[in-house]
Design a protein around this ligand. Structure first.
Ligand code: RM4
Ligand code: MN
Length: 384
């Protein structure tokens, strides 16, 4: 049993986002931190530290144009030298002045063409870096009733998605991300999993839904969405983070570790650990140090997954079949209440890693090194 669990935990890969290593904040203030990367190359170096200490974060997601470089093949080769690879390419059609009324759903065809050209450029970057995944998030929507035609915007969205889909190579896919609100406050063009699912279903197998755990209304049962999408073969991946209120982008597993466990249980139950689901982090470390923030997040996902794998499936199935409500619930809670930290420490030691990645990173001297070396230049951040 433990051998299977360990094998599954070894196979679990968590992708860290390049933007988590840059400065971030709220609309009120960005607090700059010492040692923050000045360019995508330095972001990859920081991400490589997370992988070096956890052993389970071998890929890094890029965000374009925040991670724009002259030669993407060179950037990918640099990543490989650092021991990591390029993961999902995230498009950005939400920060250009032209997008005030939307990007691919904008009423102006010229703006729509500009947005689509960016999305296609992201596929070129996938080709150059060897990335197999494009992540699409649209901030498109409206603020006032009557502002634009809700149906026409869906037509424009479908048209853009079809054009991107047609451009994908055989081993490439796109993940469509939904979000309830913000920055649009009245309608959002991809507000929920149902909308994302319907668009992806029409297009075919290379279009899947990505679940950002911070993008739902309070109280929404995310594990149900996960179970449903996985059952339909449409769960492409996660943007993990946690929230107390809205899209807080706090460390995954910090606000509600029990929810993360329930999600990972449905992933494991539905075969999602073997189905090419991308486990990505989408977080900002506004006040905590960034590399340790990522290490802690990776560990939180590992812990939730270990607990999910500990669920005694036979006992659970028997209790469910017998209508034993309390018994079934107890099986799940037993797993959740197990302290899996010793198991994970053992697993790390078996693969030559220190048992405690947080302590190992702190002792490594890496932070002191980057804080001393990265003087001058412009620190990376949103809009970089
Ligand atoms: C959005 C969405 C995207 C992420 C940006 C930074 O809310 O979650 O996935 O790329 O934020
Ligand atoms: Mn996201």
């Amino acid at each position: 049993m433990t051998t299977d669990i360990k094998a599954a935990l070894r196979a679990l890969h968590i992708e860290t986002p390049s933007w988590a290593y840059g400065n971030s904040g709220t609309r009120f203030k960005v607090f700059a931190q010492r040692g923050v990367p000045r360019d995508p190359y330095e972001k990859l170096a920081d991400a490589a530290q997370v992988h070096a200490h956890t052993g389970v974060a071998p890929t890094v997601a890029l965000h374009i144009p925040w991670d724009k470089v002259a030669d993407y093949g060179h950037l990918a080769a640099h990543a490989r030298e650092l021991g990591v690879g390029i993961g999902a390419i995230n498009s950005n059609v939400f920060q250009d002045d032209a997008y005030m009324l939307g990007s691919v759903t904008n009423p102006d065809p010229a703006v729509r063409r500009k947005a689509l050209a960016h999305l296609l450029e992201c596929v070129d970057i996938m080709d150059a870096t060897g990335s197999a995944t494009l992540k699409l998030w649209f901030s498109d929507g409206t603020n006032y009733p009557g502002q634009d035609d809700i149906r026409a915007r869906q037509d424009r969205l479908a048209e853009a998605l079809a054009a991107v889909y047609a451009r994908l190579g055989g081993d490439q896919r796109f993940l469509l991300e939904y979000k309830l609100f913000e920055p649009a406050f009245y309608t959002t063009d991809v507000p929920d999993w149902g909308t994302a699912y319907a668009h992806c279903l029409r297009l075919g197998p290379k279009a899947q839904v990505v679940v950002d755990t911070g993008h739902h209304a309070p109280g929404v049962n995310i594990e149900f969405i996960v179970a449903f999408l996985l059952r339909e073969g449409k769960l492409g991946g996660f943007d993990f983070n946690s929230r107390f209120y809205a899209d807080d982008d706090l460390m995954v597993g910090a606000a509600d570790p029990f929810q993360l466990f329930r999600i990972m249980y449905e992933v494991a139950r539905g075969g999602g650990l073997e189905a090419g689901v991308a486990f990505m982090l989408d977080q900002c470390h506004n006040i905590e140090p960034k590399i340790p923030g990522q290490i802690r997040s990776v560990m939180n996902v590992q812990e939730a997954t270990a607990k999910a794998l500990l669920v005694d499936r036979d006992a659970l199935a028997a209790a469910q079949a017998g209508g034993d409500v309390l018994g079934a619930n107890a099986v799940l809670m037993d797993a959740y209440n197990t302290d899996v930290r010793p198991l994970l420490a053992e697993l790390r030691q078996e693969t030559g890693l220190a048992p405690d990645p947080m302590a190992a990173y702190a002792k490594s001297g890496y932070f002191e090194k980057i804080a001393a070396e990265r003087i001058g230049g412009t620190q990376a951040g949103w809009g970089a």
